[in-house]
Design a protein around this ligand. Structure first.
Ligand SMILES: *Cc1c(COP(=O)(O)O)cnc(C)c1O
Length: 460
């Protein structure tokens, strides 16, 4: 299996190379040259299987020669062993034909653990084999950073540095980043906001001397390995609702479009998905684009669902690539226009996007009301991101079962949940001591400070 760039102008790579590289050299994102399909019999056989077994069947064709069958099974087993639920991604019924897919039973209580835990194992295995080491640097508004630190802590071949905006992540998120004591993982509190952190990471990748001297690598949401791991739970959820005999729809709380794009990959692999509904908060660039065809940047408004507060949605480029019939040149031209503020999707491409994706948006009041309502009527405490999803899903309920992805545990965003329900959601018992563990806080005021922290720590 080879991987090509969405902008059509970078070398084709193996799975291993695409995973370790992240962003393509032409600025594009890697996608498989062809999306493999699974027949109805193979999908039907997943009924009742373990999550790990389904994960192996779904992902194996994408991995090619990078790992042997035995190695790959072993990596999957290790990735999900630390989850707090035997089903890994259990399905809960909310109402007739409306279900919640709980993706928050991983070690940091958000769906990012599904991909990050596996990426951690795959990086370690590939790098150990070639006797090499990389330094992962990333910026986070909370969930990605905690998932990355948790996934890579204690591994031999990787150092991880996560930049987060000082004072602007929730206490649970900060503690998940600052309490791990292994010396290969580091959280750095930066003076500024998330954009400041992201700009610093970009600058480090563009500083080729620095980049080469520490062997920088990235694990942000554009990494193909992350998208791939998220394809699996679309299969487990649909199969437990009667697929392949029955179609299933999904509503996905969306920011960078990685999770919902994984649903598209599942559909292309043969999973009978009826609708994929993109749910946005007030930062609704994706909803506006699907309605109007115009993708235009606006400034970011902070919301109670911060992991969806985005100005541009990086994985949307992959959706565009398929909407343009895999024409890398067309994607490249649109991305050039984005530099000056936006672009308009062609009629053919917008029709293709609307064939695949529906969309909706939840205001802050609608999100709060959904948290209150789902607690009062359905007995479920929802995190604010999930509440955006259920609000949007309600407009699309019908005869086809709808699955809304629950992207984080309510205890990860306790203030919003308490304000809407009067209840303070407790952390699961297995992490009940999070508030008692000692923190290591490292502050940095500018890019030079960040760079010297990185070079000092990897030298020691
Ligand atoms: C990252 C995240 C999202 C958005 O997912 P994308 O793949 O970026 O669209 C939604 N909810 C939560 C809790 C997240 O952490």
């Amino acid at each position: 299996m080879r991987y090509i760039s969405t902008r059509g102008d970078a070398p084709t790579l193996s799975f291993e190379e695409a995973m370790l590289t992240g962003l393509a050299r032409d600025g594009g994102l890697y996608v498989p040259e062809e999306i493999p399909t699974l027949d109805a019999q193979t999908i039907a056989a997943m009924a009742g299987q373990s999550y790990e077994e389904v994960a192996y069947t779904v992902m194996r064709p994408f991995v090619g020669e990078t790992f042997t069958d035995v190695e790959f099974r072993d990596l999957i087993a290790r990735a999900y062993a630390g989850f707090g639920h035997a089903a890994r991604a259990p399905l809960v019924q909310l109402a007739p034909n409306h279900f919640l897919l709980e993706l928050f039973h991983g070690p940091t209580l958000a769906f990012k653990d599904f991909a990050m835990q596996l990426i951690g194992q795959m990086f370690e295995a590939a790098l150990t084999r070639s006797n090499s080491r990389v330094t992962i640097v990333g910026a986070t508004s909370g969930d990605t950073g905690s998932a990355a630190i948790e996934a890579f802590r204690g591994l031999e071949a990787v150092d991880v540095f996560i930049l987060y905006p000082h004072g602007r992540v929730s206490e649970v998120q900060r503690r998940q980043m600052t309490t791990p004591s292994e010396d290969n993982v580091h959280a750095i509190a930066v003076d500024g906001d998330f954009d400041t952190c992201q700009a610093m990471v970009k600058d480090m990748f563009n500083d080729f001397d620095f980049r080469d001297s520490v062997r920088l690598a990235g694990v942000n949401s554009i990494n193909w390995g992350r998208v791939l791991a998220q394809v699996v739970y679309y299969f487990t959820a649909a199969v437990s609702l009667g697929t392949p005999q029955r179609k299933v729809s999904f509503t996905v709380p969306t920011g960078n479009f990685g999770d919902v794009f994984a649903g598209y990959v599942a559909k292309r692999m043969g999973l009978p998905i009826a609708d994929l509904v993109v749910a946005t908060n007030t930062n609704d660039i994706l909803h506006r684009t699907l309605e109007t065809g115009a993708y235009t940047k606006e400034s970011v408004t902070p919301t109670i669902s911060p992991s969806m507060d985005i100005q541009v949605s990086s994985n949307f480029e992959r959706a565009l690539f398929y909407a343009y019939g895999q024409d890398g040149g067309a994607v490249k031209a649109q991305m050039e226009d984005l530099k000056s503020g936006g672009f308009t999707v062609s009629q053919g491409a917008i029709d293709a996007l609307r064939d695949t994706y529906l969309s909706g948006r939840a205001s802050e009041n609608e999100t709060r009301a959904a948290i209150t309502r789902y607690h009062a009527r359905h007995g479920e405490l929802l995190c604010p991101h999930t509440a955006v999803g259920t609000h949007v899903a309600e407009a699309h309920l019908g005869t086809v079962p709808m699955v809304t992805l629950a992207t984080a545990h309510p205890a990860k965003f306790p203030d919003a949940v308490e304000a809407a329900t009067g209840l303070h959601p407790p952390l699961p018992p297995r992490m009940g001591d999070l508030y008692d563990r000692p923190e290591r806080i490292t502050r940095a005021k500018d890019l030079d400070a960040v760079k010297s922290i990185i070079t000092d720590r990897i030298a020691s």
